[in-house]
Design a protein around this ligand. Sequence first.
Ligand code: PRP
Length: 222
Amino acid sequence: MEENRYLTFALGKGRLAKKTLALFERIGITCEEMKDKDTRKLIFVNEEEKMRFFLSKGPDVPTYVEYGAADIGIVGEDTILEENRKIFEVLDLGFGKCRMCVCGPNEAGELLQKREWIRVASKYPRIAKDYFYNKKHQTVEIIKLNGSIELAPMVGLSEVIVDIVETGSTLRENGLQVLEEVCPLSARMVVNPVSMKMEHERITRLIALLKEELSKETIETR
Ligand code: PRP
């Protein structure tokens, strides 16, 4: 591979990006440009390491990585499952832990148990479909929403929702609860399959450094 090629990282905007940069700092990779809160720049460069970073909407990260516009992406497992792109998932970063759950009012529990035909609202129609059709063998109508999913059962749009639960406070404050758990989630590192071959050495070295740093955390919290 040509020596001066930049390794490009796509980071999902928000908390995950902040935690990713903090983790990278611990292994000696910094990006000072990115720390300027007022900047309107979109791409940040670390010349020494020959690395470039950019922030994008979470669901766009797997797209950038599949097409090779980014070699590496950091994004939640929820987005990886929903986007279903041709990318390699190489590392569980251990942060951004939460759960994908079927939630609703208490009464909806019975409809789930009896496998009744229900309406399911979600920002994650693929995950919801896979769960109900392939795992539960329950026929449902899936309604795609873009946010504030908890509203759906409250205003009568659906009986249940499939959504992320982190602290559970959104559910509690709206009289809803977890009825079934679909899967646990956390932040993952994903890699473009061609980059994995062409930049094998740099990428495997990075993964090894990150793994080592993350294992220190496990030891410290024991
Ligand atoms: C997510 C998710 C829940 C909430 C869960 O929404 O969709 O609404 O966080 O977190 P909690 O269990 O800690 O309350 P987000 O804030 O990303 O916004 P959105 O509703 O617009 O998707």
